[in-house]
Design a protein around this ligand. Structure first.
Ligand SMILES: NC(=O)c1ccc[n+]([C@@H]2O[C@H](COP(=O)([O-])OP(=O)(O)OC[C@H]3O[C@@H](n4cnc5c(N)ncnc54)[C@H](O)[C@@H]3O)[C@@H](O)[C@H]2O)c1
Length: 437
């Protein structure tokens, strides 16, 4: 199959490289000429484990190309994926579909033979109909189909997720397009990944329902963590105790500082808006959104409490800036709410992150970026773990203690054990677990 991937971001680049690895011929297109130029030189525009090797190998073997010329790529392809961004629209929170519509217009102008146009971007129900209308209006005689194929990969584990998905959802209205999509995903289907064919609108809804459900699960355990702090109990044991129940499942039950990232925040809000407009409000999702927003802000109060209630003139070391480990993605990261609140309360912040500091420096002016966790800890009155990078799981605690002004640790990811930390002389606070001692 010849595939064009429009949008070479986290989703487009990973999907394009994986499709090439299956043996398809893929052209990844982006209108960001800098991104394409660096890919042509073998440099990755994003950090994703394993991606550089996958891209290099498939480019070398001639199955993966990069270009800014959308029309040329579309003309040479049987299947054109739209993987452009769908951020929150300023002002009202609806998904901003301007990039999707723009791509649809450009694709329409270039189609020369039967082409399956596939929306991989996360888009509200009915967007496939709009894309079809745009293409039809531009090119009344064009031979094409529009399909929805939402993506479920997780940043940080994106290649594994793409190659071994729990399911592949394909929303298509006609048989010919379904056959083409079966061919695209044949290698995975042979590998026993289930292909779920649905109507196009259903596929669009599945993506939002999945993200809203996962965001709800995280928010639920976060509220249980707060309750454990008030009435006693250990949220990690509670999560294990409920997660071993197959009806509940153990994933997404880690209490923390609130979800962030490029998907859950914008997708929950977009679903909420769609539901309100349709007269069927999703009240659970609305509660999740407001509880999660409040939680991110409340984390600064938790840090303040660990510092005795006053942050004025105190130095706080923050470990972890990205919204989760193994990515450089800073979109909606909890650190972006927590750090400004610490600064507003009068604290000086030193930070460290294995991959996110370049991006974070632009978003967090006045924060000192440190070369190592120990550098960040120098002279600190408290150290806060915001993102659970592996590099923070086995810190040299004696060295850390020596560097710090006072041994106060606030672990927002529960990666250390309260008893051990107390035994080592730290004043240690975590999420939803009793402090030792
Ligand atoms: N990031 C994730 O983990 C993830 C997971 C599942 C689904 N999604 C969804 O996938 C979509 C893409 O997300 P992302 O994180 O990859 O976004 P991104 O911002 O990393 O990448 C989007 C790319 O599209 C390019 N682009 C925009 N308009 C274009 C056009 N007309 N022609 C060519 N290129 C164009 C941009 O320059 C950018 O490089 C979103 O709808 C998102 O919700 C993301």
């Amino acid at each position: 199959m010849r595939i064009a991937m429009i949008g070479t971001g986290y989703v487009g680049l990973v999907s394009g490289a994986c499709f090439a690895d299956f043996g398809h011929n893929v052209t990844c297109v982006d209108r960001d000429a800098g991104k394409i130029a660096s890919l042509l030189q073998g440099a990755m525009p994003i950090f994703e484990p394993g991606l550089d090797e996958l891209v290099e190998r498939n480019a070398k073997e001639g199955r993966l190309e990069f270009s800014t010329d959308l029309a040329d790529a579309v003309k040479r392809s049987d299947v054109v994926f739209i993987a452009v961004g769908t951020p929150s629209r300023r002002g009202d929170g609806h998904a901003d579909l301007s990039y999707v519509h723009g791509a649809a217009r450009e694709i329409a102008a270039a189609i020369e033979h039967y082409t399956v146009i596939v929306t991989k971007s996360t888009v509200p129900v009915g967007t496939g109909d709009e894309v079809e209308k745009i293409v039809r209006e531009f090119r009344p005689k064009a031979d094409f189909a529009v399909v929805s194929n939402p993506e479920f990969l997780r940043e940080g584990a994106a290649i594994g997720d793409f190659k071994r998905p729990d399911r592949i959802v394909i929303g298509a209205e006609d048989e010919r397009a379904r056959e083409v999509m079966s061919e695209v995903y044949r290698p995975l289907y042979l590998n026993a990944s289930p292909l779920l064919f649905t109507q196009r609108r259903t596929a669009e809804m599945i993506k939002y329902a999945a993200n809203a459900f996962l965001a709800t699960k995280i928010t639920f355990i976060n509220e249980i963590a707060d309750l454990c702090e008030k009435v006693g109990g250990n949220v990690q044991d509670v999560a294990r105790g409920i997660g071993l129940d197959n009806r509940i499942g153990s994933k997404f039950l880690h209490a923390g500082p609130g979800y962030g990232g490029s998907c859950f925040p914008k997708d929950t809000i977009a679903l909420m808006k769609t539901a309100r407009d349709a007269g069927a409000p999703t009240r659970i999702v609305e509660a999740v959104v407001s509880v999660n927003d409040a939680r991110k802000r409340a984390m600064a109060d938790k840090i303040g409490a660990a510092l005795g209630g006053n942050m004025q003139g105190k130095t706080v070391a923050v470990l972890g800036l990205t919204f989760k480990p193994n990515t450089d993605d800073m979109r909606e990261a909890p650190s972006l709410s927590i750090i400004p609140a610490l600064k507003d309360a009068g604290a000086k912040v030193n930070a460290h992150d294995p991959q996110g500091m370049e991006e974070a420096a632009a978003l967090l002016p006045g924060v000192e970026m440190s070369k190592s966790p120990y550098d960040a800890a120098k002279g600190a009155d408290a150290l806060v773990i915001v993102t659970e990078w592996d590099a923070y799981r086995a810190l040299d605690l004696s060295r850390l203690k020596q560097e710090m002004k006072s041994p106060v640790i606030v672990d927002l990811r529960n990666i250390y054990n309260p008893e051990e930390m107390a035994a080592k002389g730290f004043r240690y606070t975590s999420i939803g677990r009793p402090s030792a001692g």
